[in-house]
Write a protein that binds this ligand. Structure first.
Ligand SMILES: *[C@@H]1O[C@H](CO)[C@@H](O)[C@H](O)[C@H]1NC(C)=O
Length: 545
């Protein structure tokens, strides 16, 4: 089998066995799955209660009984399938959906083998030797994994059946991946939002049972190098931000609507937990968790992406949306099927591009210190930056014999932009330059109140940080969804005022730092916009006359 190293890193976290280069299920598991695949008349699995017994048997065959599931897991499955789900629906689910799922699990070993056989050829036909095989994408290692939607469905089937070994996950800073706690939370603290979360997941399996999608989903660990690095852009310091001459990008404010409904093709921000997925598989139900319920393929990231550090972000491209919903947190409700009509890129990935960045949790006053402003802005910058464009620019630069001192694509392209404008040689430049590399297929950022709800960040400061990071990453625009947040009522006015003054990233960063120092020192306690624009926000000391 190809990609032995990749398989070796993930094998301890999978329920499969490996012998003589072949992946397989233990024979008793195959027998049990085969019976289940023939339907309830053969397997007798026609209720939540019996499903859990079948799960226990499978786990025993996999020698997982030494890792007991939470005590009320059986009651959780029984409650959902036998009491909450209408009987007609559950009959249908056990007759029609479960057998397909069992069949898919039977194919899991061969799907995975096929995955490893293709993994070297996904990017550029293999010419660039980009590894894409399923493996642990460890902290401080940039890398990408491409998974087929069929393989993801099999992985999520393993989660539903709680088949992933978990005793070795904590030490590796990996989140839990089985669905037991999803059901335990339902039973131990019954509430409708938890029921509706599970409805989204069950609906996903329903959809899979009628048609298994054929696209790919990519999962990438992005890093900003901690020190100057010849290949990767590194974290930027105060000095760099304060001197950045990059113009601010466009800023659009949406006082209604949701990030995931945008249709501009923008990258969508996942207000993530440092453990990707956050409480998705427990009782959590805010922005990140909701996204993981309506696009369940995102959950696959939790299998192999350990906790994010400060200089890291995760980008997931191609996860399909299956469910519609209403509400938020305790009012969250599944509201039926959703057909994802986004088109597909050259890799076969749906153009659904999600960036997971984790904000500081409960930062209180320290969020105004430069150290933590830098932590947040570099986190967002890491997510928003396209490192591959930077690398392409670097190559172009070397070919032109230009100084390799210009490490940052961003500094480089703004110089180029100015040169181009000055020399007005746009038309004479026939060869590719960095600016055209940046502008090719460049998409904006759709975001909102990142790190502000449960995480307790200052919404005005976070808004500015994201705007600066997106501008520095040379994104063409930010589409900001305020979700009706009060302090952002006049966000549009403030943003337009700032844009009309043609500030650079450095100018706005310096204002933010100045404000934050005053805030930290107790010299002001108003929000950033009121401080900056007293005439718009009411009278107070500020810079606008
Ligand atoms: C999703 O639900 C919303 C709110 O109920 C509704 O307006 C919208 O049309 C639905 N979308 C789809 C694609 O069903």
């Amino acid at each position: 089998m190809e990609n032995r190293e990749d398989l070796k890193s993930i094998l301890p976290y999978l329920p499969l066995l490996l012998r003589s280069s072949t992946l397989f299920w233990p024979p008793q598991v195959v027998e049990a799955l085969k019976a289940m695949a023939r339907g309830p008349d053969h397997s007798r699995v026609d209720s939540g209660e019996l499903l859990f017994l079948a799960i226990s048997d499978l786990r025993n065959c996999l020698c997982l009984s030494s890792e007991p599931l939470a005590p009320s897991t059986p009651q959780g499955y029984a409650l959902f399938f036998d009491e909450l789900m209408p009987r007609v629906e559950s009959v249908k689910w056990f007759r029609e959906v479960l057998p397909v799922l069992a069949n898919l699990l039977l194919q899991f070993p061969s799907l995975l083998e096929a995955h490893y056989q293709n993994a070297d050829f996904i990017v550029n036909g293999g010419r660039d030797e980009v590894r894409t095989g399923l493996r642990i994408l460890d902290s401080q290692e940039a890398g990408i994994v491409f998974l087929g939607q069929d393989l993801i469905a099999a992985l999520l089937g393993c989660s539903l059946f709680c088949l992933f070994p978990f005793s070795n996950r904590g030490a590796k800073y990996l989140p839990m991946i089985n669905f037991d706690h999803l059901f335990v939370s339902l039973y131990e603290d019954y509430n409708q939002k938890q029921e509706n979360k599970i409805m989204c997941i069950i609906h996903y399996f329903e959809r899979i049972s009628s048609y298994i999608p054929v696209g790919l989903v990519s999962f990438e660990r992005k890093i900003l190098a901690l020190e100057d690095h010849s290949f990767y852009v590194s974290s930027l310091n105060d000095d760099f931000w304060s001197k950045s001459a990059i113009p601010l990008c466009r800023f659009e404010v949406h006082n209604s609507g949701l990030i995931e409904d945008q249709s501009s093709g923008a990258i969508e921000v996942d207000f993530a937990n440092k453990y990707i997925g956050g409480g998705a598989l427990h009782s959590g139900c805010v922005q990140e968790e909701i996204r993981f319920m309506i696009n369940p393929e995102l959950i696959a990231s939790m299998l192999f992406l350990p906790c994010m550090e400060d200089n890291e972000a995760i980008e997931i491209v191609g996860a399909e949306r299956f469910s519609n919903y209403t509400g938020y947190a305790s009012s969250f409700r599944f509201s039926g099927d959703y057909v994802d009509r986004r088109d597909v890129d050259s890799f076969g990935r749906r153009k659904s591009r999600i960036i997971a960045i984790d904000a500081l949790c409960n930062p209180r006053m320290r969020q105004y210190s430069t150290k933590f402003l830098l932590r947040e802005i570099n986190k967002a910058f890491c997510g928003f930056l396209d490192q591959s464009k930077h690398q392409e620019c670097k190559k172009l630069l070397e070919e032109k014999g230009c100084s390799p001192v210009l490490l940052h694509m961003t500094a480089l392209t703004s110089t180029e932009r100015i040169e181009r404008e000055q020399a007005n040689e746009l038309t004479r430049n026939s060869g590719k330059d960095c600016l055209s590399v940046v502008e090719e297929d460049n998409i904006g950022i759709a975001t909102g109140n990142w790190g502000c709800g449960a995480f307790g960040g200052d919404p005005e400061v976070k808004t500015i940080i994201q705007w600066l990071a997106a501008s520095q990453a040379l994104r063409p625009f930010i589409s900001y969804y305020t979700f009706g947040m009060k302090p952002l009522q006049n966000l549009d006015k403030a943003a337009q005022w700032i844009l009309s003054h043609k500030w650079t990233v450095g100018d706005l960063w310096n204002m933010l730092v100045q404000y934050s120092m005053k805030r930290l020192g107790g010299e002001t306690n108003v929000g950033f916009f009121k401080w900056l624009l007293p005439s718009v926000y009411g009278h107070d000391v500020g810079i606008m006359d």
